[in-house]
Design a binder for this molecule. Structure first.
Ligand code: NDP
Length: 337
């Protein structure tokens, strides 16, 4: 039974030494528990925040020496719980390890989802994040211009495709020509800009001749600087993530642009709203699943997974995620399903 624990709190971008692979005994389920074997582990940007000692977080931090947390698709291999039977596949939170115990309260059956890893991506947390953030906060109307960065990633790719289905014009931003080509040619975005090329602000202005009505914020940083002057009166900005800053250790040096931000929000009556997807399951998950299953069946939404084989590869893959090396929803295949 292997597990990967937090060995040190990262200083900036995590390094392999911040993680440690350990061997421990396979635990025995007590009455009311199940023993899970991890099949797929989801790697997600929020994990970086949970590695820090300070800063706002919306889930418990990872303690030093404790296993890294994470959502998994797992096989029930022993059950002393009335609701779960051996052999069943479940969505759970086993973290970065081969085996884990659960009392069942956090488990959901993964019925009929093929491949089951979609329960962690397009039919799970990241697809749901795109759906709620775009539709409930972004509220795109036909003809609106929607901009999203990390556009080939787990959330961004779904945001752009749903926005297209709602009749918006969609401009993506991502890292590299190959991702841009995929987003336009395969996913049907209207345009896509490479964030590594110079003059992003000028290129974005050309790509959005009618300004921006919805900016789905995944990254912050230079992308937000380029977006801000293009926002239209009444624009909506769902604030989903600011991955460009997750490795920051201090506030960045000035000039202080907070007044520019506030005056733009005021003058242009912009609504900028943060959200945490955990809050929305009770109200919105059913509608999301229903719509997404139809879109997938009709191939109106395409999903791309970036699968890494082997638990031991999780640290490197996660560090890569924070640098844009993933291409699609990042998952680790820990064992055969
Ligand atoms: P992705 O699959 O999009 O992977 C992360 C991507 O972020 C990278 O591939 C890279 O794309 C981009 N990126 C990395 N570093 C930078 C940088 N310095 N500047 C700009 N872009 C960068 O991840 P997810 O789809 O899982 O997550 C996307 C965002 O959504 C994250 O901010 C995440 O924290 C947030 N999120 C928020 C949730 C919520 O409840 N609020 C729930 C789920 C996700 P590229 O190189 O192509 O630009």
């Amino acid at each position: 039974n292997r597990r990967i624990v937090l060995a040190a709190r990262p200083r900036g971008l995590p390094v392999p030494e911040d993680f440690r692979l350990e061997q421990v005994e396979v635990p025995e389920p007590a009455d009311g528990q199940v023993l899970l074997r991890t099949a797929f582990l989801s790697l997600d940007p929020y994990m970086r925040n949970l590695m820090d000692e300070v800063g706002p977080v919306y889930a418990p931090r990872v303690e030093l020496g404790a296993p890294m947390v994470g959502a998994t698709v797992s096989r029930v291999i022993a059950s002393r719980h009335p609701r779960f039977r051996e052999g069943e596949l479940v969505l759970g939170n086993a973290g970065w390890q081969d085996f884990a115990l659960s009392d069942g309260s956090d488990l959901l059956a993964v019925d009929g989802i093929d491949p089951p890893s979609l329960a962690l991506g397009g039919l799970g947390m990241t697809g749901f994040t795109a759906y709620v953030g775009l539709l409930d906060i972004g509220a795109p109307k036909p003809g609106d211009t929607v901009v999203v960065a990390a556009a080939s990633g787990a959330v961004g790719a779904v945001v752009g495709q749903i926005a297209r289905l709602k009749g918006a014009r969609v401009v993506g931003i991502c890292g590299g020509e190959e991702k841009c080509r995929y987003v336009v040619d395969e996913l049907g975005f209207d345009a896509c800009l490479d964030r590594h090329e110079p003059e992003l602000a000028a290129r974005l202005a050309v790509a959005c001749p009618d300004g921006i009505d919805v900016y789905f914020e995944n990254v912050g940083g230079e992308v937000f600087d380029a977006v801000l002057p293009l926002l239209n009166i009444g624009a909506r900005v769902p604030v989903c993530g600011i991955i460009a800053h997750y490795n920051d250790r201090t506030l960045r040096d000035g000039p202080d642009r907070l007044p520019l931000l506030q005056s733009t929000l005021l003058q242009k009556r912009i609504r900028m709203q943060g959200f945490v997807i955990l809050d929305h399951y009770a109200e919105r998950f059913e509608a999301f699943r229903r719509d997404m299953l139809v879109w997938l069946r009709d191939r109106q939404v395409l999903l791309r997974e970036d699968r890494v084989d082997g638990l031991e590869k999780a640290p490197a893959a996660f560090i890569g995620l924070l640098q844009g090396r993933n291409f699609g929803k990042l998952l680790v295949r820990v064992a055969e399903t």
